[in-house]
Design a binder for this molecule. Structure first.
Ligand code: ATP
Ligand code: MG
Length: 425
């Protein structure tokens, strides 16, 4: 027998048992962003390596060790995108979408990082993100955070995620903080791991982002970014906090929240859950006012976030917040006997015309009623239609609810769409 070929480690197939929940998640995301007037942008999966080096930063986990980088047949240095923001800015600059304009954009698609695969961490994963351009006040920061809060509401998981926020201040303020942090880290150098020691000089803020519990412990008592903010950033941050309170959005200020990418300034935030173990950040974002210019455009303020869709799906399935994702059908049509089978097929077609949103599966392959109902149950359908010779002759249908306590009823065919529509609500 020939050797079977397997998927690349950390890259998942999305099989029919979960593709239904992915479709639902995608459609809810689309619907919520549309309700805020955001428009979709789609960019290529492959970009010049230079784009990510210049935006994400050379001394970051992503660029140092996670990128899928290769030379193509022309000798060009290319990278599978590890995130969406850099591409979005590249496209915006290239097509003149950003300067002196206001844009509210969203994207969704696969990202690639060569990480150690584990629950909630993969090498091909999917992000849904929003990016806004041309707005520099805290009002748009709030909008973006409120939009993310509405997503949790739409998925019924608001009680399982919490918001952490921080401000990174201006680049100059961060420079001053940097000195204070380096001095502190040097005093604890013996408690740092190799990565952190190396970053102590090159990119000390990254040390705050370390996932190593020992390093986190060593950071206790570290100077706080919030004590080093410039006046304008401090004001921006206090307005943000105030407005979040007014909007009834609970948050926690986490002075060590710095994010793993270099381009952020001022507002940063994360939505964290305790239900997924170590991979608890479901959504992360912030303001990146310098990036457009850094990538060759004219200075344009920007704020956005990216959500890890695998983590969201994991959270939904862990919490079972929505039921019957796996169902492939809403209605399962059974038939006993040849005459009934012909009638049942016609009934199914009529129902698909009348109820285009309802998934109707017609039993195929014959067998007794017990066998057919077993199939019906397997599809996850909520209702079975029982059609025998009698129903066929009288142009009737017997409706049998498969979940709950309702009795089965036999009604005229004309009444079936109305009756099913009510049951599906
Ligand atoms: P983490 O701290 O978990 O490594 P990150 O800071 O690298 O995350 P971002 O680059 O900000 O993450 O990406 C935004 C979101 O994308 C994360 O909060 C997470 O939900 C998701 N994400 C990032 N990397 C992965 C991955 N390898 N597999 C699955 N989801 C991921
Ligand atoms: Mg990471």
């Amino acid at each position: 027998m020939a050797k079977t070929i397997q998927a690349i480690r950390g890259m998942n197939d999305c099989l029919p048992d979960v593709s239904g929940i992915w479709q639902q998640v995608e459609s809810t995301l689309r619907q919520v962003v549309a309700s805020y007037g955001y428009q979709e942008i789609r960019t290529p999966i492959v970009e010049s390596t230079e784009l990510f080096k210049r935006s994400i930063g050379e001394v970051t986990d992503i660029v140092e060790k996670e990128m899928y980088t290769f030379e193509d047949r022309n000798g060009d240095n290319l990278t599978l995108r590890p995130e969406g923001t850099a591409s979005c800015v590249r496209a915006g600059n290239e097509h003149g979408l950003l300067y002196n304009q206001q844009q509210r954009l969203w994207y969704m698609g696969p990202m690639f990082r060569h990480e150690r695969p584990q629950k909630g961490r993969y090498r091909q994963f999917h992000q849904f993100g929003v990016e806004t351009y041309g707005l520099d006040g805290p009002d748009i920061d709030i909008e973006v955070i409120m939009l993310s809060a509405r997503l949790w509401k739409a998925f019924g998981i608001s009680n399982h995620v919490r918001l952490e926020i921080n401000s990174l201040g201006s680049n100059e303020a961060r420079q001053a903080y940097r000195e204070a942090l380096i001095a502190f880290l040097k005093s604890r150098a013996d408690q740092l791991d190799d990565d952190s020691k190396r970053r102590l000089e090159s990119n000390p803020l990254r040390v705050l982002d370390s996932k190593n519990p020992d390093v986190q412990k060593a950071l206790e008592g570290a100077p706080s970014l919030l004590d080093h903010l410039d006046d304008a950033s401090a004001q921006h941050f206090s307005q943000l906090c105030e407005r979040l309170r007014q909007a009834g959005i609970e948050y926690e200020v986490n002075p060590r929240l710095v994010r793993g990418l270099d381009y952020y300034n001022r507002t940063v935030f994360e939505w964290v859950t305790d239900s997924l173990g170590a991979q608890g950040t479901v959504c992360a974002g912030g303001r990146y006012d310098g990036l457009v210019e850094q990538l060759g455009g004219k200075s344009t303020p920007a704020v956005g976030f990216a959500m890890g869709m695998e983590r969201l799906v994991l959270l939904l399935t862990t919490l079972d917040a929505q039921t019957q994702h796996n169902a492939s059908a809403d209605v399962y049509v059974t038939a006993l006997g040849d005459e009934a089978a012909v009638y049942a097929m016609a009934v199914s077609e009529q129902l698909r015309d009348a109820l285009p949103q309802t998934r109707i599966t017609m039993h195929c392959g014959g067998g007794n009623m017990k066998k057919q109902l077993k199939r019906a149950d397997k599809t996850g359908a909520r209702v079975a239609l029982l059609i025998g010779e009698e129903e066929a002759q009288n142009k009737q249908v017997t409706i049998k609810p498969l979940r709950g306590q309702q009795e089965q009823v036999t009604i005229a065919l004309a009444e079936v769409p109305g009756s099913l529509a009510t049951m599906m609500e």
